[in-house]
Design a protein around this ligand. Structure first.
Ligand code: HEC
Ligand code: HEC
Length: 338
């Protein structure tokens, strides 16, 4: 009997001072996080099947780039959960300055890009057309003219933007891609849990969730996306590069605002699907998720997390990995040039 109690203590993690109360934990989680909605449609760019269909084609369309070599999916690849395994990835003319995050769920963030220099996914797609580190077109007309010569696109844009006298234009390219991105949501077991199925997480995963909350991760990584809703300094207690061994130091939002207090400030990334999107941090300087968790504890919270704590947090983070929507699991066949 004694032995049995000892073993069950181990299994719940109590022997490491990690415990939770089922109902308290659920209430805390409900207060800090929220399940994903159906989609991220907005009134300025409502989701329609025609727009999403076209947007998916354009997401994989290398002819959007100046040299026909680069598409959105070059850096946001299905195989890598719509992210990139490279710390930095080459665009049509220039290397990207930072690591490519996943576009799954990204439309739900309060701003786009690590330093928030894109307003929303439509703005992001629009600016990619001419950005040298993305598609490198010298002006919008180049890419619009290219698409106008492909009859299938003429028809598809007409269907997607029936009331627009000039359907093929940069603004609509961005809207179609944006509409596609607004459908890329990946509900996971954590959503089932938040919606009331307390059995959706195992005991160990719940210890992980409780640890994530107790050590302070959820003070920044919270809300529907477990992040993606605020800016914070990376390296509150110590410089981040001391542990990430970053090759160069990124000033973060200071680059846009020139405000001293914005030095090393970045958007808090969403942790949904984080197990699938190595390497980590804005410069892709860290490959291992365990190491990224330890660094976070160290530089954001001043805590030297134990191996056990890291393992439990990792178990919780795994519950944030969801299913890619069926329509987005396969690349499309693209219209022929004619
Ligand atoms: C050459 C690689 C590359 C290409 C091509 C590219 N991206 Fe990205 N993408 C990145 C990188 C790198 C970032 C982060 C940039 C930053 O924060 O400075 C990013 C950021 C984003 C974000 C913001 C994600 C977040 O969490 O903040 C979205 C959305 C996105 N890209 C969508 C697209 C779309 C749509 C296209 C095509 C129109 C595209 N990207 C083309 C590399 C690329
Ligand atoms: C004070 C706010 C804050 C706290 C507390 C915090 N984080 Fe972060 N987290 C951030 C910011 C900001 C970044 C982006 C850093 C960068 O790369 O510029 C980040 C990045 C991450 C990343 C990398 C994600 C990616 O896609 O590259 C992981 C993983 C992470 N945090 C997990 C945690 C965990 C686990 C804890 C608790 C131990 C934690 N964070 C505590 C603000 C915070």
């Amino acid at each position: 009997m004694k032995k049995f109690i000892f073993i069950s203590f181990l299994a719940t993690g109590l022997s490491y001072g990690l415990e939770y109360n089922e109902d308290d934990l659920y209430l805390q989680a409900k207060g800090l996080f929220a399940p994903l909605p159906e989609n991220f449609s907005i009134s300025e760019n409502p989701i329609t099947p025609e727009k999403v269909y076209l947007g998916k084609l354009l997401f994989f369309e290398r002819r959007l780039s100046i040299n026909n070599m680069v598409s959105c999916s070059t850096c946001h690849a299905i195989e890598y959960y719509y992210s990139s395994p490279a710390s930095k990835q080459m665009g049509a003319l220039k290397l990207q300055p930072r690591n490519a995050p996943t576009v799954l769920n990204s439309a739900g963030q309060f701003v786009q890009h690590w330093i928030g220099n894109r307003k929303d996914v439509e703005d992001q797609a629009f600016q990619s057309l001419t950005g040298p580190a993305a598609f490198g077109n010298s002006n919008l007309n180049t890419v619009e003219e290219k698409l106008r010569k492909i009859q299938d696109y003429v028809d598809l844009f007409k269907k997607a933007f029936p009331n627009d006298p000039e359907p093929i234009k940069a603004e609509n390219i961005a809207k179609a891609i944006g509409a596609f991105e607004r459908t890329l949501l990946t509900p996971s077991r954590f959503d089932d849990y938040l919606k009331g199925n307390k059995k959706a997480l195992s005991k160990e995963e719940k210890i992980g969730l409780q640890t994530f909350i107790n050590v302070g991760c959820a003070s920044c990584h919270n809300g529907t996306l477990v992040g993606g809703n605020s800016y914070q300094k990376f390296g509150i207690l110590e410089p981040y590069w001391k542990y990430t061994k970053s090759e160069s130091i990124d000033n973060g939002r200071f680059e846009i605002t020139k405000n001293e207090t914005d030095k090393y400030v970045f958007k808090v990334p969403s942790l949904r699907n984080v197990t699938q999107t190595s390497p980590y941090f804005h410069d892709g300087s860290v490959d291992s998720l365990e190491e990224a968790i330890w660094i976070m504890g160290k530089v954001q919270l001043g805590k030297d997390l134990s191996k056990k704590e890291i393992q439990y947090i990792l178990k919780f983070l795994k519950t944030l990995t969801g299913d890619i929507p069926k329509d987005a699991m396969q690349p499309p066949i693209l219209p022929a040039s004619n």
